[in-house]
Design a protein around this ligand. Structure first.
Ligand code: ADP
Length: 979
């Protein structure tokens, strides 16, 4: 072997001319392909450079082929493809088939390595074709082995092995041990993949023996991998490890990243299985590095996956996560990178090939596919047409017209099942003869009976045997006949009939077409029905909404009920509508509302509970439809209305129920010809009846409220009158009292003045002067008369305040002055009571007020004497003043505060009434300042009267009345300041 290489090296040196040198370099390059790839690369590069230098395109093609093979070896498959394709183009044009085979193979292998199987297949097939032309068994064998690889990649192991067996035979025949070993390896691998480990091992070991004898290091390495994997699969870890280690050891002599990647991956698996996790990791780390380098994604993702597991075993979850993530990414890439699509392309190519072989069969398939497509198109068009159509007859006619495109027939019809009759809705050809309605046929009898009963198409080649009723004749044409049921949820709603004059039966396909269109017709009819239903429902809802509005709009019950009945009457196209209402909770019902021709007759003849249909509904409380009045003999004839035979009518009744009692019945009559009433109609009527109840209840409540209001109003009027009487009485009393006071005061004034006058004369009488005893009596009399005079004056002031006839002499007054003057006036009394009066600073600075001096003196006299009176000995009376703004007006405020017994909360608003006083009458004293010595109860009333006459206010505040705690009181006086 070495000598051969030496020889090749020698050839280069000894080459005569550039051409020869190039050839020698290429020969060396090829020879070194699996032995010294670096040197091979050098040789190839030099050869290419030389060929380009001398412009030898032919040789350039050969060099490129060689370089492509080298690139493949080192895993640079894209480079290999680029070189290879250039080489192929050149060699094809030169017709150099021998070299062309090599380049085609290189490209095919490169594509395969890149997982582009369809491209790979293309090149292998070209190679196969060239081989056949060439008669090159060697190359032929290689193509076979290449196809083996390709099919295995497509998962077709058996096919792969079949090709490989041919190749193996070929290589054995020509004695190519190297290739034989390769095929043994591949077959071993494929058996392994198929799960036949024994066969895999047998072939692998034969291959290994061969490679050993040939000293083919590369092959030994590859086989080490295959055997290692097979042993592992078999569960013989020991053998697996032995082979893998052997392969790895040999890599020193022949570097091959792909094999190394495989071997290290297997070792990783083995170590993991042996529990030597750390070692496994070491193997796998190198494996993934290699995989990343050569870009072998299939191997790489498996390596990462295993690495993930290893990391988990080592407890390094972060790294495990990353490895798994990388694994997932690569897997994604593999899928994304056209792998799937390319595989699919091959599949399609494959299928097409098969299909072409079965061309005739396919042609049939195609034809039926075509007509199926036509049917689909027609159905689609029909679907569209149905959306635009409104009229059911037109819709069905369209369906028949379209069916005529697909199936031939002379007469056709669509009949719908209505009221136990089959009614022709549309016929073909239009306007041909008289098509009668077909009354109820015995189910299971005759063609229509069979269709209705068995819900399946009925088909006959000849109608000669059928005993057809004359009614049915138009639907038949003498020859073959096909009837298909129109089904809606397993219920036959109609029949589609097709008739031909010829006695040839409709074939299966014809039946299918008719069925498809019958289904379309059924859907169309159902849609139409649903549409109508929803239309009706919308109309009914609108009516209910209107009735609701009517109820709100009017409180007049009769009006509301009439409107409600009118709505129902119109909605249902009724001929007569009656609303019966129960009279006085008795047995009789009156036609409160009646719309229609016989309203007067109905109004004239009250209905009795339990009598006739409506009376029955009133009794049972159950709404009811009576589409056929003949059933049962419950009907009652109202005099003056037509007999039911004359105008057959359908009716429905809904009870009006309130608190579990039927208070009325709503009844609708419709001409029989206008159609039967449906459950949905009755539901609606019940809804209306409920609305009527609401209206009645509303009216009842309204009447009650109205009555209540009326009662209330009457009561208010009565009470007001009472109050007015009482008020007048009080007023009279008050006036009488005031008059009495005024009269008394006036009457008393004169005698008191006389008493005082005479008393004063006696005080000065010379006869009495010096007689102490007599003088004492006289001064007692004079004092009593003065006090009486004062009281009478007070009473007269009160009368003036009351009658608002106080005459005020307005002048500018300083309240400080007045206060001080009054305090001075009571100096003696204050001293007797050991009280302190404090007039706080600032009283003098208060702005002047416009007022009557004397009157204001009275105010403060009263406030201060009260302070003295209702404060125990030793207490305090404080006075302070300040400016105050009230409602934008400047006011002077004076407070008179004491430390006395206080005033109870409830007494606060009353103390300003005249004659109000809390003290006991027994405590009354003539003294003005004695503790709790209540007066006549006029002081505060007069004070407030005077203050109010000045445009001011007077009020009091106190925490309450308590003789031991002494909470005190504060009197507030507000007077407008001058200016
Ligand atoms: P009288 O002549 O009884 O004092 P007034 O009209 O002056 O009449 O007062 C009415 C009542 O208001 C008094 O009987 C008393 O109960 C209560 N009152 C007036 N001022 C004070 C006060 N400073 N402290 C406690 N009670 C008072």
């Amino acid at each position: 072997m070495a000598s051969e290489l030496d020889q090749l090296e020698a050839n280069i040196v000894g080459a005569e001319g550039v051409g020869e040198r190039i050839d020698a370099l290429v020969a060396l390059g090829r020879a070194l392909l699996r032995k010294d790839i670096a040197r091979a690369g050098e040789a190839g590069d030099e050869a290419l450079a030389l060929a380009q230098e001398i412009g030898d395109v032919y040789r350039e093609g050969i060099c490129l082929g060689c370089l492509a093979a080298i690139a493949n070896r080192v895993g640079e498959h894209e480079q290999a493809i680029e070189y290879g394709q250039k080489s192929v183009a050149i060699l094809e044009s030169w017709g150099e088939l021998g070299e062309l085979v090599l380049s085609l193979e290189t490209v095919a292998v490169a594509y395969w390595r890149l997982s582009d199987l369809s491209e790979s297949l293309v090149y292998f097939l070209k190679q196969l074709a060239v081989c056949e032309q060439l008669g090159d068994e060697e190359a032929h064998g290689r193509v076979l082995s290449g196809l083996g690889v390709l099919y295995s990649a497509m998962g077709e192991m058996e096919k792969a092995i079949a090709y490989e067996q041919q190749g193996l035979a070929l290589f054995r025949k020509i004695g190519n041990k190297d290739r034989e070993a390769l095929l043994l390896n591949n077959m071993s691998y494929h058996y392994m993949k198929m799960g036949d480990y024994d066969e895999a091992l047998r072939l692998g070991l034969v291959g290994l023996e061969l490679a050993e004898s040939e000293k083919d290091i590369y092959r030994i390495i590859v086989l080490a991998g295959t055997l290692g994997e097979t042993y592992m699969k078999k569960g013989d870890i020991g053998e697996a490890e032995r082979h893998c280690l052997r392969g790895l050891a040999l890599l020193d002599q022949h570097a091959d990243p792909n094999s190394e990647l495989d071997l290290r991956f297997f070792m990783g698996q083995i170590k993991l299985a042996q529990g030597e996790t750390a070692e496994a990791l070491t193997y796998l780390e190198v494996a993934v590095a290699l995989g990343e380098r050569v870009g072998n994604k299939d191997a790489l993702y498996q390596a990462y996956e295993l690495m993930g597991e290893t990391r988990v075993a080592l407890g390094d979850y972060q790294a495990a996560y990353e490895a798994q993530l990388r694994c997932n990414r690569i897997k994604d890439e593999i899928y994304n990178e056209e792998r799937a699509t390319k595989l699919r392309q091959i599949e399609v190519a494959h299928r097409t090939a098969v299909a072409e072989k079965e061309a005739s069969h396919y042609a049939d398939l195609y034809a039926s596919e075509q007509s199926r497509r036509q049917l689909t198109e027609i159905l689609q068009q029909l679907g569209q047409a149905m959306v635009d159509q409104v009229d059911l007859g037109q819709m069905l006619a369209e369906i028949l017209r379209q069916l005529a495109v697909l199936v031939s027939f002379d007469r056709g019809a669509v009949l719908l099942w209505r009221d136990e009759r089959l009614v022709p809705i549309t016929v073909w050809p239009e306007g041909s003869g008289v098509w009668e309605e077909v009354p109820l046929v015995a189910i299971g009898e005759g063609p229509l009976g069979i269709i209705l009963g068995e819900k399946r198409p009925f088909l006959t080649t000849t109608t000669a045997d059928l005993d057809l009723s004359p009614l049915l004749r138009p639907y038949f044409a003498g020859g073959s006949w096909l009837g298909v049921p129109l089904l809606r949820q397993e219920v036959v709603i109609g029949v589609l009939t097709l008739a031909r004059r010829e006695a040839v039966a409709y074939d299966e396909e014809g039946v299918q077409m008719a069925r498809a269109l019958a289904a379309q017709a059924a859907v169309t009819i159902e849609n139409k029905r649903l549409y109508q239903q929803s239309e009706q429902r919308a109309e009914a809802l609108t009516t209910l909404a209107q009735v609701g509005e009517d109820i709100l709009a009017s409180l007049d019950l009769q009006v509301v009920l009439e409107r409600l009945a009118t709505h129902a009457h119109q909605l249902f196209n009724a001929i007569q509508t009656v609303l019966w209402l129960r009279q006085d909770e008795g047995e009789l019902f009156a036609a409160t509302v009646a719309i229609g021709k016989y309203s007067d007759e109905l109004r004239a003849d009250p209905m009795r509970l339990g009598e006739g249909f409506a009376g029955g509904v009133a009794q049972s409380g159950q709404a009811e439809i009576i589409n056929d009045m003949d059933e049962g003999e419950r009907g009652k004839h109202v005099p003056g209305t037509p007999e039911r035979e004359e105008t057959p009518a359908a009716l429905m009744c809904a009870p009006l129920q309130m608190h579990n009692q039927t208070i009325g019945v709503l009844v609708l009559y419709r001409e029989k010809a206008a159609g039967s009433f449906m459950t949905g109609d009755l539901e609606f009527l019940v809804g209306l009846a409920r609305q009527a109840i609401i209206a009645i209840e509303n009216a009842r409540l309204y009447r009650r409220v109205q009555k209540f209001n009326e009662q209330l109003e009457q009561e208010v009027v009565a009470r007001t009158a009472d109050l007015q009487v009482a008020y007048k009485q009080l007023e009279r009393l008050d006036r009488t009292k005031s008059d009495f006071i005024a009269v008394t005061a006036h009457e008393l004034r004169t005698p008191i003045t006389i008493l005082r006058g005479y008393g004063q004369l006696l005080e000065q009488d010379a006869l009495l002067v010096g007689h102490d005893y007599q003088m004492n009596l006289v001064s007692g009399m004079v004092n009593g008369a003065r006090r009486m005079h004062e009281i009478v004056n007070t009473m007269l002031t009160m009368v003036k305040v009351d009658s608002r006839s106080l005459e005020l002499q307005a002048e500018a007054i300083s309240l400080g002055d007045i206060v001080k003057k009054v305090v001075r006036q009571f100096r003696v009394e204050i001293g007797e009571r050991k009280q302190t009066v404090i007039v706080e600073e600032g009283m003098d600075d208060l702005p002047v007020v416009q007022g009557d001096r004397e009157a204001l003196m009275i105010v403060f006299e009263n406030l201060i004497t009260n302070g003295i009176k209702y404060t125990p000995d030793g207490g305090q009376i404080m006075m302070r003043g300040r400016m105050h703004e009230v409602d934008g007006r400047q006011m002077v405020e004076v407070q008179v505060e004491d430390t006395g017994i206080g005033i109870a909360g409830e007494a606060l608003p009353l103390i300003f009434d005249k004659f109000y006083q809390t003290g006991e009458v027994a405590n009354h004293s003539s003294g003005k300042t004695k503790f709790k010595g209540g007066g006549p109860g006029l002081g505060l009333a007069i004070a407030r009267g005077i203050v109010e006459a000045h445009g001011g206010r007077l009020w009091a505040e106190s925490e309450g009345y308590d003789e031991s705690r002494l909470p005190g009181s504060i009197f507030y006086l507000l007077l407008p300041s001058k200016g």
